[in-house]
Design a protein around this ligand. Structure first.
Ligand code: ADP
Length: 851
């Protein structure tokens, strides 16, 4: 080709070579340029595409923070359609100076130091006042030579997140304020609840005090001669006042439960004993209505449990009370059985069933709601607040159980409830001890009762004791059974008959038996729900061995059966169950000198009358100060002290009295009389040095129990002092009984003074331990241990001729025997005081002996 070109252009070969080279170079350059241009445009397209589409605010700025280029997203963010419109502008053109200035300063700093600024949150305030937040990263913008020629950055809009955070912070603030308000409210509620508690206590006091007057005065009036009409009116007054009192108790109890203030006691108790006591108290009411009251505790149910017997009693009383209230004829029965157990607890199910009016289906649940009654029209007829079942339900729930009812209108109701109770501590010993049935074992008993349930219960009990019961449902079949037994040569040794039976009643049956001498070999026992005096007399005339009020307690029945069968040797002890009136038992020496501290006129009158009627002498003080004055002038056997009194209350007066007694070594028993029934009241009274506690309205029966105890103590002291006067050649100068009979003691040790000192030293070490044992036993409510500890201390005291102290120890022993721990506690106080006298006297005696 070069040849052709050379020929055609007639050029020299050199020129042609140069031209060719030049063309080649141009071509190469053109190719290179074209390539560079393509790359430039390709990169430019990349940047454009990036800046066009990236959904972030991306920008480049020059050294004066003027925008050089921004992403489309950023232009839009700034409210512009075209990114080119941002070029040459600065932040000041868009934002308030407050926002623009710091941003500008940041960028100048980057330019100065070459350091990037990463992760900075910036708040933007737009010209129209709108606020926004961005998270930005800014870095220096350098040219090819590394020279900083501006800044570039990327910022991400975090306005939504920040707004959410601000809202959250606001909410948190609101919450904090709400918490502060709530705390204030809680404090106010607590104060209100305290105020409510105080109000309840006061209200209870204010209502109980006049009610005390009403009930007490009515009881006094009922003891006077009255016409039948007057008696009826007064009985209605008493009944209404009692009803009012029970309403107040219910309301008080309900509000305590609602306020969560109920704390369950945890003590060992004998379930059967608790239930039997409940039934005893309700027996009269059931009998007045002609209802059979039955109790059937399954033999597997152990005797001792650990829990709150009083709350359990409250539930059972409530259900049985309702059952009696809503039943006109038939029977009310309590059944108890075990329905489950784990290691330490037993689940018991109680069923109280009746043959009463029943409850409509739609009300079966609502009767447990407060103030709710199945049929409000019945309220007039039956009375009641509608709180009993609510209280019972709450109590059952607190005891880990549930309560429900099944009922059919006109047929009756069955209230079921379960509770979980721990085993009682001595249960193993008490329940697994082999039964010694002695004379009972194998004895044939004829049970005569028209009530099937009652027959079954008696059968179960008698079988348990190893006896052989035969059941008869009326007098005629009983007679037939007696004849058959005699003919078979295996006669009955005991007849256990009900009194009220259709056709031939219990008396009729006994008369027939007595008329046929061949039948009258068996001992006869009568069960009755009546308790009329004439019944007792008639039983006595008919030679009935025992006469027991239904529902009869297991232990009582067993004892009576054993007695009737001659198992108990002391035949003189064999007496009918009907109790002699209290007054008859009192001799002349039983009068106590009582100081009554009470501010309320009516209560003063009432208590004075009650005490005087019982033959005691009364001095009245209107407040604590007057009581102390009276005590400083005269001797009293007992102080009955109202707690709330003007000027000086009962607690302050007792504290002052006890402080004064420290010097004299005396101790006058003080019994609180108070309408306060809130938790801790009893403890406060005892802490002030009081010996016991009676709640108002004062019940004659409760008062009698206290009075009886002090009368007994006084009589015992009198007896000892009498015998001591006879025995002791030198009664103490003051006429007081000496704590230790020195002559007798010296006589006992055969005049061996060294031995006496040894004995006394031993006693000094030992006696506090023995007292400590009684105290511990009392704390553990262990009556058996109280008995044992008191017995051993009594022995030591008697050995040392410390008769008054030994007598007090004996009274503790007796209290332990009858499980009357309250009495034991009071006696222990006296014993401790007497012990100081005893130790002093012994010390003196040893001193004398040594010298
Ligand atoms: P109260 O008896 O004081 O009215 P309770 O809470 O003890 O209150 O009982 C609520 C209601 O349940 C009673 O008014 C009565 O309508 C119904 N009730 C409770 N026990 C029985 C029962 N054994 N037979 C029929 N109705 C009953």
């Amino acid at each position: 080709m070069t040849e052709i070109l050379r020929n055609a252009l007639s050029l020299s070969p050199l020129a042609i070579t140069v031209v060719t080279l030049a063309v080649l170079i141009v071509l190469v350059l053109a190719i290179l340029l074209a390539r560079a241009d393509r790359r430039f445009w390709a990169e430019r397209r990349l940047l454009d595409a990036f800046m066009e589409n990236i959904p972030e605010n991306v920008y480049f700025k020059d050294l004066e923070s003027r925008f050089v280029r921004v992403s489309m997203k950023m232009a839009k963010y700034f409210g512009l359609e075209d990114a080119a419109h941002m070029v040459g502008k600065t932040d000041v053109d868009f934002f308030s100076v407050e926002h623009a200035a710091p941003a500008l300063a940041d960028e100048q700093e980057i330019i100065r130091t070459g350091q990037p600024l990463l992760g900075k949150e910036e708040e933007e305030t737009w010209e129209d006042g709108r606020r926004a937040w961005v998270l930005t990263n800014k870095v220096p913008f350098r040219d090819r030579n590394g020279q900083i020629i501006g800044t570039m950055g990327i910022s991400h809009d975090i306005t939504e997140r920040r707004l959410a955070e601000i809202a959250l912070a606001q909410k948190a603030g609101e919450l904090e304020r709400a918490i502060v308000v709530l705390e204030q409210l809680a404090k106010a509620a607590e104060a209100a609840s305290r105020a409510k508690g105080e109000f309840l206590a006061n209200m209870s006091h204010e209502i109980r005090t006049p009610l005390n007057g009403v009930i007490g005065m009515t009881e006094l009036a009922l003891e006077t001669e009255l016409t039948r009409e007057q008696r009826e009116y007064l009985e209605t007054v008493r009944y209404s006042a009692e009803a009012l009192l029970s309403v107040i108790n219910d309301i008080l109890d309900f509000s305590k439960i609602e306020a969560g203030k109920v704390e369950l006691e945890v003590v060992d108790f004998d379930l059967r004993e608790v239930l039997e006591n409940v039934l005893k108290t309700l027996a009269l009411r059931a009998d007045e209505k002609g209802l059979e009251l039955l109790c059937d505790v399954n033999p597997d149910v152990p005797e001792l449990f650990r829990g709150d017997p009083n709350r359990l009693r409250q539930i059972v009383v409530n259900l049985l009370g309702n059952a009696i209230k809503f039943t006109h004829k038939g029977e009310v029965a309590l059944k108890v059985e075990i329905v489950g157990s784990n290691d330490s607890r037993l689940k018991l199910q109680f069923v109280v069933s009746d043959t009463g009016i029943g409850i409509p289906k739609e009300k079966l649940e609502s009767v447990f709601e407060s103030f709710s009654q199945a049929d409000t029209s019945t309220t007039r007829e039956f009375g009641g607040t509608g709180l009993g079942l609510t209280i019972s339900r709450r109590l059952v729930e607190i005891m880990g159980g549930r309560i429900w009812v099944e009922s059919e209108i006109g047929k009756g109701s069955a209230f079921h409830f379960t509770v979980e109770l721990e085993h009682g501590e001595q249960m193993a010993a008490k329940n697994t001890a082999p039964a010694h049935h002695g004379v009972l074992s194998g004895t044939r008993v004829l049970v005569v009762d028209d009530n099937r349930t009652n027959r079954r219960i008696l059968e179960g009990l008698l079988n348990n004791w190893g006896m052989k019961p035969f059941l008869a449902s009326d007098g005629q079949s009983a007679l037939a059974a007696l004849h058959a037994a005699r003919e078979s040569g295996d006669p009955f040794q005991l007849i256990l008959t009900d009194m009220h039976m259709p056709g031939m009643d219990g008396f009729g049956l006994i008369e027939q038996v007595k008329n046929e001498s061949s039948l009258s070999t068996a001992a006869i026992m009568m069960l009755t729900s009546g308790g009329h005096r004439t019944d007792a007399t008639r039983c006595e005339q008919l030679g009935v061995a025992a006469y027991l009020l239904k529902p009869v307690r297991r232990a009582e029945l067993r004892e009576a059966v054993e007695r009737a069968l001659g198992a108990i040797a002391d035949a003189q002890e064999e007496k009918l169950a009907a109790e002699r009136p209290r007054q008859e038992r009192r001799g002349v020496s039983s009068a106590l000198s009582v100081l009554l501290a009470e501010d309320n006129d009516v209560n003063q009158k009432l208590a004075t009358r009650l005490l005087e009627k019982r033959g005691h002498r009364v001095v009245v003080a209107g407040n604590g100060r007057q009581a102390l004055e009276a005590l400083s002038h005269a001797e009293f056997d007992l102080v009955l002290m109202d707690v709330q009194m003007p000027e000086m209350d009962g607690l302050a007066a007792t504290t002052a009295l006890r402080a004064g007694e420290k010097a004299t070594g005396k101790h006058i028993p003080v019994i609180a009389m108070t309408a306060l029934v809130m938790q801790g009241d009893r403890e406060r009274c005892l802490a002030a040095g009081m010996d016991g506690y009676l709640t108002k309205p004062i019940r004659p029966r409760a008062l009698d129990e206290v009075l009886d105890m002090y009368v007994e103590q006084k009589q015992q002291a009198d007896r000892v002092s009498e015998s001591d006067t006879k025995l002791s050649a030198q009664p103490s100068a003051s006429g007081d009984l000496p704590p230790v009979d020195g002559n007798e003691l010296l006589d006992r040790v055969g005049g061996d003074r060294e031995f006496l000192t040894e004995l006394v030293t031993l006693f000094r070490e030992d006696s506090p331990k023995q007292i400590g044992k009684i105290k511990t036993a009392l704390e553990n409510k262990d009556a058996g241990e109280v008995l044992r500890a008191a017995h051993s201390l009594r022995g030591s005291l008697a050995n040392l001729a410390a008769r008054p102290a030994a007598d007090i120890a004996a009274s503790i022993e007796n209290a332990g025997q009858s499980a009357n721990l309250a009495q034991a506690e009071i006696a222990l106080h006296s014993l401790e005081r007497e012990m100081t006298r005893v130790l002093d006297a012994l010390g003196a005696l040893c001193g004398e002996a040594i010298s």
